[in-house]
Design a protein around this ligand. Structure first.
Ligand code: 5GP
Ligand code: ZN
Length: 110
């Protein structure tokens, strides 16, 4: 937790471009965008892997998906978007704090 990049971003110890935040999660720009718009939604609670989340945690993930759909235009995702969660080594998860990638702003590769 102490060495967690996303916890540090939440605490303001690492600067980031914050597009949305409420009491439970924040949406920031990814530092290394893989699409014209590449955002990451980060629940505040430090849980390394999705399979370690409580029901409360997974409920929050659903709430985040709803929020993204309502903010689609504001986030620059006019014509659609792709949601990705990398879970574990095989998926290439590099930050062990559950987060949702939001990709769009252009036609994405299939
Ligand atoms: P993962 O590979 O774990 O699914 O995704 C981690 C994401 O966090 C990567 O897309 C990476 O670019 C992003 N990232 C890593 N460090 C930082 C940072 O300090 N600031 C921001 N905004 N994004 C970061
Ligand atoms: Zn963390």
């Amino acid at each position: 937790m102490e060495d967690c990049v996303f916890c540090k971003i939440r605490m303001g110890e690492i600067p980031s471009t914050i597009l949305y935040k409420d009491n439970d999660f924040m949406i920031i720009k990814d530092i290394n965008p893989q699409a014209k718009v590449h955002l990451i939604a980060i629940p505040y609670s430090h849980v390394p892997y999705i399979d370690m989340m409580t029901e409360e945690g997974t409920t929050l993930l659903g709430k985040i998906l709803g929020k993204i759909s309502h903010m689609q235009q504001d986030l620059g995702l006019t014509n659609g978007y792709r949601i990705v969660i990398n879970q574990g080594e095989d998926a290439g998860q590099t930050v062990n704090h559950v987060h949702i990638h939001i990709l769009g702003g252009e036609k994405l590769p299939e």
